[in-house]
Design a protein around this ligand. Structure first.
Ligand code: AMP
Length: 278
């Protein structure tokens, strides 16, 4: 497995690659959720193709008061995992390789990125779309794999790919969870034991709302109340919303295929999750 630290080395790797190139963009601190994406990438690439995992804690998607400096960076552990899953290369650039001191060009999706996490994390999705477009132009993958845990991110990237005619196929993979329902996240490591104990209430709330929807409850407000009622009192809810899965616009009356998405703080740690109503 190659460790690519520069854009020039990555371009050389790309020009020598035979078969399909599949990219899995990550910020590292890899867990079983990332591993599922890498396995999926391996099967999409086939024997002849190449799997590239990018590991880059992208500074431009963090707000000034967010957890950029304390974000975990277990580099050698990540490399071992990628190698064991059959990745062909890791693209792991230093921040200066991706952003020059006078960097001034941004990609800004203006519709899908406005609500939900976009409303509470101003500038976050501008950082995401910009870095993902850069990764696409550097690695030039045929296919890129993302996780549906970051449901809004998937929708924003899908819109960018469509609007800018980017020649890449997107694959979205299901959320991998702990046995008690908590979605795996690199940020789960920040949770104190008593906070961790309360986190399964997110999934319980979403499952209760979906059960109510399937039993005939259509009102978005009522479904949101059901979710909120399950979530531990010690959590601080950022948002719970029922939205159309493609446009991410809020709905009043839910329909088959809509999504309920949420974000909540357990102590200082902000967790997100979502469920599709079907
Ligand atoms: P991150 O390193 O958090 O930026 O995530 C990198 C990719 O892994 C994104 O496409 C995420 O949606 C995906 N991902 C993160 N957590 C999970 C999970 N629990 N299950 C599946 N995919 C995930």
């Amino acid at each position: 497995m190659k460790i690519l630290r520069t854009i020039a080395a990555t371009r050389r790797f790309r020009s020598q690659a035979r078969g399909r190139v599949v990219l899995v963009p990550t910020m590292g601190a890899l867990h079983a959720g990332h591993a599922a994406l890498i396995r999926r990438a391996r099967s999409l690439a086939g024997m002849a193709g190449s799997v590239v995992v990018s590991i880059f804690v992208n500074p431009t998607q963090f707000g000034p008061k967010e957890d950029l400096s304390r974000y975990p960076r277990p580099v050698s552990q990540d490399q071992t995992l990628c190698a064991s899953l059959g990745a062909d290369a890791i693209f792991h650039p230093p921040a200066g390789e991706m952003y020059r001191a006078d960097f001034s060009t941004w990609v800004h999706e203006e519709c899908v990125s406005g609500g939900l996490c976009g409303a509470s994390r101003p500038g976050h999705f501008r950082g995401v779309t910009t870095v993902v477009l850069k990764l696409f132009t550097i690695v030039q993958p045929d296919v890129a794999v993302f996780g549906l845990k970051d449901f809004q991110q998937c929708a924003v990237i899908a819109r960018m790919v469509r609007d800018l005619d980017l020649p890449v196929r997107l694959v979205f993979a299901p959320t991998v969870r702990e046995r008690d329902g908590l979605a795996l996240s690199s940020r789960n490591a920040f949770l104190a034991p008593e906070e961790r104990a309360e986190t399964p209430s997110l999934r319980r709330g979403l499952l209760a709302a979906r059960a109510a929807f399937l039993a005939g409850e259509g009102s978005a407000a009522k479904l949101v109340r059901i979710v909120r009622g399950e979530i531990s009192r010690s959590a601080r809810v950022d948002y719970i919303e029922a939205v159309d899965s493609a446009t991410l616009q809020p709905v009043r009356e839910t329909k088959h295929g809509d999504t309920i998405a949420l974000a909540a703080f357990f102590g200082r740690t902000r967790l997100i999750d979502n469920i599709q109503l079907r």
